[in-house]
Each structure stands twice: as C-alpha cells, then as structure tokens.
Design a protein around this ligand. Structure first.
Ligand SMILES: *[C@@H]1O[C@H](CO)[C@@H](O)[C@H](O)[C@H]1NC(C)=O
Length: 190
C-alpha cells in the first residue's frame, strides 16, 4: 500500500507537468473562441466575461509557439476579428457591422488594411482603412493610418491617426494582438 501511495505522489505531479503544450493550447483556444462567439466579438460581454477573456488571453500568450511573429510568413494574409475590447472597432452604439471584420497584414510591403461592411440604416457600405507598418522589432510594430475608403469615396487619414500592434501569440489558426490604449484582439485566419 505504501509503495502505491509513493508512486501516486510521484506520478500525479509529473503527469500534469508533461501535459503537452499543444493540448493546453487547443483547450485555451476553444475556450477563447467560444467566449468570443458568446459575446458577439465582445460587444455584449459582461464585466465577468471580459475578465475571463483577459485571463485566457494571458494564459495563451505564455504558450506562443512562434518567436518573432512579424518575421514569420504565418502572420501574412487575411485575419478575421473574433474578439476585441475596442468599442470603436466593434461599432458599439453606432452602425452595425455586417459579416466579418477583416485585418490584412502584409509584412513584405509593410502594409495593413482593416475592412468591414457597415449597415447604415439598412444600406450595406464597405469600409476600409489602409495603414503603413513600422516595426520596432520582430513582434511590435507602429501603425500609421494612411487612407480611409467609404464605399466609392476615399480620403487621407489625419497625420495623428496612429496606433500599434504587439503580436503576442501566433500559430496557423489564431493570432493574439495587443493594441494601443490597452485593447486586446483575438483573430482567426480566414
Ligand atoms: C508588394 O508590392 C509590390 C509592388 O507594388 C507587389 O508587386 C508585390 O506583389 C507586393 N507583395 C505582396 C506580398 O503583396
């Protein structure tokens, strides 16, 4: 009996220790994407749900499998925004977004584009913002917005329209990013 207790003590913690990071990642991603869906990208998130997302987000960041995400080809292409804390991006209290909110990243040409379709009193109008990226390192880039497009109309962004992207987690499916003003972003590859 004694020997079995000793074995149990030795085996239990080491089992937890050896749980594969892939499995933990997959579990965290499922929880994050489920919560993102339940809260309409964060639009209807309660304070408790917001707090839970912050916790899950930070846990997944610790398991980032891609060092130097801005150097990885995986970062390029179209990403769909699944969750954010940014009310302005969600259009909280304003005109509803129809379909995905898309962010394209192109590190070859150091450009980014956010695009979406907004319903103005039932009329669907595509909107986009083009930006220039100035990376500070392989994970953090400054963003300078260049041009807005609203349906057929285009206009230059004021010089003060700047932001940043800190890519804290990247794999084949999911990207976690911290923006300026403390906002977090969960995106999935399209
Ligand atoms: C970058 O820009 C050049 C010139 O406009 C273009 O030919 C090239 O396809 C672009 N690269 C990517 C990855 O979009």
């Amino acid at each position: 009996m004694k020997i079995f207790s000793v074995i149990a003590i030795i085996v239990t913690p080491s089992y937890a220790f050896f749980t594969s990071p892939n499995k933990v990642r997959a579990e965290l991603k499922t929880k994050i994407l489920t919560l993102a869906d339940e809260t309409n990208r964060g639009l209807t998130a309660s304070p408790e749900q917001k707090e839970e997302m912050q916790t899950l987000f930070a846990e997944l960041e610790k398991l980032n499998p891609t060092k130097g995400p801005l150097k990885s080809p995986k970062v390029n292409g179209d990403w769909s925004l699944d969750y954010t804390t940014s009310d302005s991006i969600l259009g909280k209290g304003g005109f509803p977004r129809v379909g995905p909110i898309v962010q394209n990243i192109n590190t070859e040409n150091l450009t980014a584009e956010n695009s979406e379709v907004v319903s103005y009193f039932g009329i669907k109008v595509p909107r986009s913002i083009n930006a220039e990226l100035s990376p500070e390192n392989n994970q953090f880039t400054n963003v300078k917005f260049k041009r807005f497009n609203l349906g057929p109309i285009g206009f230059d962004a004021p010089d003060s329209f700047r932001g940043s992207l800190d890519i804290t987690y990247l794999d084949d499916e999911v990207r976690l990013t911290r923006g300026d003003k403390g906002n977090i972003f969960v995106l999935t590859r399209m």
